[in-house]
Design a protein around this ligand. Structure first.
Ligand code: NVA
Length: 317
C-alpha cells in the first residue's frame, strides 16, 4: 500500500524541479488529449474561495474541476467571514470534512499556511499578496509550447517585481533552470530573502536570478518578456505614485525590440494598455497571452490531479 502523502501548493518552491516538470508534463498531456481518469469523480467537491477579484482563476478552476469529474463549489469569502466570523483554523477543519481540495485566493500567505495546517486536504494558492503559483505553471507551460525546454532560457520580468508575480517568477523560473532577470524601479524589486531563495534553488538547477534596474539591459536577448499590472489588487490607493515610478517600465515595441523578434511576451491579465504594456505589443505577433490564459485550466487540472495523486499514492491516468 503506498503511503498517502498530503501535499499543498502554496508557493512555487513547494514543487521540486522534478515535481514541477512532472506537473508540466501532465498539463501538456491533459491539453493534448481528454484525460480519462477522473480524480475528482463522485463527484467530490472543491471549495473555491475568493477574497479578491477574479475572472480567469474562477472560470479556469471551475471548468477544470468539472473536467476532472468534480464539483466546483464557490464559497463566498465575505459570507463565510474567514478570520472575522470564525478563525482560519476552524474554517479549515470544517472545509476539510466536506471537500477534497481547498482553492483560496486571499491576501496574507500566513492565512493560507494556517488553512493548509488544519484542513487535512490539499490546499491550493489561487493568489496571495506574495505568490501566484498556479499562474506560473500556466506560464511555464506556455513558454514550453513556444520555446521548448525551459532550462537555459532567459526571462525578463519588467515592472512591479515586488508583487506576487515577480516573486513567483523568481522561484518558479529558478526551479525550471531558467535565467530570471527582474527589472523594476527602486523600491519595487523582490526582497533580498526572495532573491536568496531563488539563488539557492538555481544552484541546483543551473538557473540564475538577477536584479537589473535598467529595462533595456534586462530585456536584451531575452527569450521571454513578462509584465504585470503596476497596481496589484489591494494597492489601488498607490495608483498615482506607482504610475510615476513605473513610467519607464512599459513593455512597448521599443523595449521589445531589445529582446529580438523571437521573444514571446506574457502577461497574466488583466492588462492595462498604455501602462505596463502597449496595445501594439499585447495584440502583436509576439504576444502569447491568450495561450497563457487558456493554459490556466490545463495547468490547474494538472496541479489538482498531481496533489490528489500524492494523497492517494498513485497517478491516475
Ligand atoms: N499582481 C496582480 C496579478 C493579477 C492576476 C495582482 O495581484 O493583482
Amino acid at each position: 500500500m503506498p503511503v498517502p502523502v498530503l501535499r499543498h501548493f502554496l508557493r512555487d518552491d513547494d514543487l521540486s524541479p522534478a515535481e514541477q516538470a512532472e506537473v508540466l508534463d501532465l498539463a501538456a498531456a491533459m491539453k493534448r488529449a481528454p484525460y480519462d481518469a477522473k480524480p475528482l469523480a463522485g463527484p467530490q467537491s472543491v471549495a473555491m474561495i475568493f477574497d479578491k477579484p477574479t475572472l480567469r482563476t474562477q472560470v479556469s478552476f471551475g471548468a477544470g474541476i468539472a473536467e476532472l469529474g468534480g464539483n466546483p463549489m464557490l464559497v463566498e469569502g465575505k459570507l463565510a467571514g474567514i478570520g472575522v466570523r470564525e478563525s482560519v483554523e476552524d474554517v479549515a477543519r470544517v472545509l476539510g470534512r466536506q471537500v477534497s481540495v481547498v482553492v483560496w485566493r486571499t491576501f496574507h500567505q500566513s492565512d493560507l499556511d494556517t488553512m493548509a495546517a488544519h484542513a487535512g486536504v490539499p490546499v491550493v494558492n489561487a493568489l496571495t499578496d506574495d505568490f501566484h503559483p498556479c499562474q506560473l505553471i500556466a506560464d511555464l507551460l506556455t513558454v514550453r509550447e513556444h520555446k521548448g525546454d525551459l532550462a537555459g532560457l532567459t526571462v525578463a520580468f519588467v515592472g512591479d517585481g515586488a508583487c506576487n508575480m515577480g516573486n513567483s517568477w523568481l522561484l518558479a523560473g529558478a526551479t525550471a533552470g531558467m535565467h530570471v532577470r527582474v527589472s523594476a524601479p527602486e523600491g519595487f524589486m523582490p526582497s533580498q530573502a526572495m532573491f536568496d531563495r531563488a539563488h539557492e534553488i538555481a544552484r541546483g538547477t543551473g538557473g540564475s536570478a538577477t536584479a537589473e534596474p535598467d529595462p533595456k539591459t534586462a530585456v536584451d536577448g531575452a527569450d521571454v518578456v513578462v509584465t504585470d499590472t503596476w497596481i496589484s489588487m489591494g494597492k489601488e490607493r498607490e495608483e498615482g505614485a506607482r504610475a510615476a515610478a513605473f513610467a519607464a517600465y512599459s513593455v512597448d515595441a521599443d523595449l521589445l525590440a531589445c529582446a529580438g523578434p523571437d521573444a514571446i511576451v506574457l502577461h497574466c491579465l488583466p492588462a492595462y494598455r498604455g501602462k505596463e504594456i502597449s496595445a501594439e505589443v499585447l495584440e502583436g505577433p509576439q504576444s502569447a497571452v491568450w495561450d497563457e490564459a487558456e493554459n490556466r485550466r490545463h495547468a490547474q487540472k494538472a496541479v489538482l490531479a498531481w496533489l490528489l495523486r500524492t494523497k492517494e499514492g498513485a497517478l491516475l491516468r
